[in-house]
Design a protein around this ligand. Structure first.
Ligand code: DGL
Length: 271
């Protein structure tokens, strides 16, 4: 039994898809969330900048003595994969669990990946999928606009602009006949109803937040690090810009009022 919190971070709101899943699969765990809302998006930046931001985000979470670091950001998971692997605490990103799930689920071996530009350029998902399924045919599409649409809270299933953007990004994936699509950016599970509607019932979406949360559960159980069963998990949220912008959207996404649990942090202090 281990009472320390789990540290989770993303460039902004997207990591809440992982938090939402963690609260379901690990309801007894305390969570510290950091959303780098002052510097979002990460996915259009250089690898060097993303690595600098990653190091600062992790430094901040380490001040809480977290028992595990959960990178709830596809961009950091793929671009800063080496840094994450060498942390002293157990850590995970979204790429490995999501790629393994896609390789397991696909029937026709055709897999689509939606991610940020940095994630798609890294080729990390492709490599992971091919480790499990060397014959997989992969169609990867960078979908940078979708991050801004989620950050603007344009996530209603009937939002015309978001529907048009998703249709355009999905087109090459559907044309390739993919039966499985990885939502390779944690912002995208928040658009799952729109993506599923456009892709159709024949396509299975891999929710990176959910796959990651299930992987975290497996790691904590294997290492004997879970919290006591009677404890009700708490969550504190930190952001690098005005908390109000974050919690207004987060309240809708999580279906609860988190405004009193949300604080500003000066992330530039963590170098
Ligand atoms: N949620 C992020 C990801 O999974 C970040 C998107 C961004 O900041 O560009 O890649």
């Amino acid at each position: 039994m281990d009472k320390r919190p789990i540290g989770v971070f993303d460039s902004g709101l997207g990591g809440l898809s992982t938090v939402r899943a963690l609260k379901k699969v690990l309801p007894c765990e305390d969570i510290i969330y950091f959303g780098d809302t002052g510097r979002v998006p990460y996915g259009t930046r250089s690898n060097e900048t993303i690595e600098t931001y990653t190091a600062q985000d992790i430094k901040f979470l380490q001040t809480f003595s977290c028992k595990m670091i959960v990178v709830a950001c596809g961009t950091v998971s793929t671009v800063s994969a080496e840094m994450i692997e060498h942390l002293v605490e157990p850590a995970t990103g979204i790429a490995k669990p999501s790629a393994a799930a896609a390789a397991r689920v696909t029937k026709n071996g055709s897999i689509g990946i939606m991610g940020t530009s940095a994630t798609i350029n890294s080729g990390a998902f492709d490599r992971e999928i091919h480790r499990h399924r060397p014959d997989a045919v992969i169609t990867s599409v960078a979908c940078p606009l979708l991050v801004s649409l989620v950050e603007s809270n344009w996530i209603a299933p009937d939002d015309e602009v978001t529907n048009a953007a998703v249709r355009r990004y999905l087109q090459p994936i559907l044309a390739a006949g993919a039966d499985t699509v990885i939502l390779g950016c944690t912002h995208f599970p928040l658009l799952a109803p729109i993506i599923q509607h456009i892709a159709g019932d024949g396509v299975t979406l891999i929710d990176s937040g959910l796959e990651e949360a299930m992987h975290v559960k497996a790691v904590l159980e294997e290492k004997g690090l879970t919290n006591e069963a009677m404890h009700t998990g708490t969550c504190r949220y930190f952001v690098s810009d005005k908390p109000q912008n974050f919690y207004t959207a987060a309240n809708t996404l999580l279906g609860e009022d988190i405004s009193s649990q949300c604080e500003f942090v000066d992330i530039f202090k963590y170098i």
